[in-house]
Design a protein around this ligand. Structure first.
Ligand code: FAD
Ligand code: UDP
Length: 392
């Protein structure tokens, strides 16, 4: 087949662009990925020993308040009514997250009303500047010094291994702070997990593209001979790999955090009683433990699932301990560190990218952005709207 567009990366950005280019513009698309599966970091697989769906690159919970994105994703999968809840262990005690009235009252051994708690926290946050410029200042301004020291300071130190004074305040603004007992982790209108798993979602999307989309897995943009030919011919390319790698690191590396995800199968029905337990203190060294069976309670509780493809074995569970580590070339880049130095380096790469009309950079790696799934899809839909003008 002759191709109109090459897409590098079959993650959510690449998949969304591919589907739109094929189904809205009738383009013939070749999508490659160096991994052996679709979905990029959102990929999950069913553990053969236990039947439990495990998220291979860290737990992924879908949540959005963007109606356009919600409508788009529902074309390819339905979602369960899962609502994400996270707990944290600090100094031998378990607290609910995000910081809410339950956390505040437990921490201060108090029975504050919402208004009393607001006044107390405002007093403890008074040392923070009016316009916080980094994660440390932002954290104290949101929840005051004592709660920051207990729940954020050491977790952030383990997660980023970068002084909180050098990290963007945006990182901590992701987490809601509530003066009621609502402990939903996210603040969005829509939330859930793909009913049949992430891979089924991505396969449905590819199937919806018919034969105008060809997918080649285990194919690296930088060393596949056929792809090199297409590059030499100047094919229009949507590139969702790391932007600094594309330009041979000529201005230096952008910094990333990587993860060690240590998976263990245990002979118990329930290891921790919740999907995610964070560890707020410097010890243990892991930041959190995921227990995947809690993401799909319907598969455990509903007897209709007993004889289905999603039958989970009783008496077994799968957990993953998540350790953060510094990224080195050859490892998976997960979180952009995004210091002022990184932003200056990124600006140089972006200036080069602007000169090249034939390559569109997108996604978490291509834009060096801490995007959630819905933001990635929204960015792809926006980029597609720009791009389609070329064919109109
Ligand atoms: P990716 O998923 O990284 O896909 C890029 C693809 O490009 C990869 O498959 C890669 O193999 C391929 N590629 C790179 N270089 C090459 C090359 N040279 N040749 C061929 N292929 C190449 N979001 C949420 O909404 N909820 C969550 O709970 C959540 N949890 C997360 C947990 C972790 C640990 C991380 C890191 C992210 C999480 N996210 C979450 C964010 C989510 O993973 C991203 O928004 C999404 O995966 C971004 O999609 P993408 O297509 O930009 O990138
Ligand atoms: N964070 C923290 N303590 C927690 C949870 C989060 O200090 O118990 C901080 C930490 O800096 C983290 C950021 O808040 O990187 C965002 O947390 P989130 O759970 O959204 O991170 P992600 O799921 O993207 O890893």
């Amino acid at each position: 087949m002759e191709y109109d567009v090459l897409i590098v990366g079959a993650g959510l950005f690449g998949l969304t662009m591919a589907e739109r280019l094929v189904n809205e513009c009738g383009q013939k698309v070749l999508m490659i990925d160096k991994r052996n599966h679709l979905g990029g970091n959102c990929y999950s697989e069913f553990d053969p020993e236990t039947g439990i769906e495990c998220h291979k690159y860290g737990a992924h919970l879908f949540h959005t308040s963007d109606e356009r994105v919600w409508e788009y994703v529902n074309k390819f999968t339905t979602f369960t009514n899962y609502v994400h809840k996270v707990y944290t262990t600090h100094d031998g005690e378990v607290y609910p997250l995000p910081i809410n009235l339950g956390t505040i009252n437990q921490f201060f051994h108090a029975a504050y009303t919402p208004d009393e708690a607001r006044v107390t926290i405002a007093g403890q946050a008074a040392t923070a500047p009016a316009e916080p410029k980094n994660l440390a200042e932002q954290g104290v301004s949101l929840i005051g010094q004592p709660l920051f020291d207990a729940f954020i300071k050491n977790y952030t130190a383990k997660q980023w291994q970068t002084p909180a004074e050098e990290l963007s305040p945006e990182i901590i603004k992701r987490l809601p702070v509530r003066y009621n007992y609502d402990n939903r982790y996210f603040n969005n209108t829509h939330e859930g997990l793909p009913t049949d798993g992430y891979e089924a979602w991505f396969k449905n999307l590819v199937a919806a593209c018919g034969d105008r989309l060809e997918v080649r897995l285990e194919t690296d943009y930088f060393d596949d001979p056929e792809v090199q030919k297409l590059r030499a011919q100047g094919i229009l390319t949507v590139y969702t790999g790391p932007i600094d790698r594309f330009y041979d690191f000529q201005f230096g590396e952008l910094k990333w955090r990587s993860l060690n995800l240590e998976k263990e199968v245990l002979d118990v029905d329930d290891f921790q009683g919740c999907p995610v337990m964070n560890y707020a203190d410097l010890e243990p060294r892991y930041t959190r433990i995921h227990e995947f069976k809690h993401f799909h309670p319907e598969r455990t509780l509903n007897s209709a699932y007993k004889d289905s493809a999603y039958a989970e074995k009783s008496g077994k569970t799968v957990i993953v301990r998540e350790y953060s580590k510094t990224w080195h070339q050859g490892e998976e880049p997960y979180y952009p560190v995004n210091t002022a130095e990184d932003r200056a380096t990124l600006a140089k790469y972006q200036a080069l990218a602007r000169e090249d009309e034939n390559v569109i950079f997108g996604g978490r790696l291509g834009e060096y952005a801490y995007y959630d799934m819905d933001k990635t899809i929204a960015a792809a839909l926006d980029k597609f709207d720009e791009l389609k003008k070329r064919w109109s």
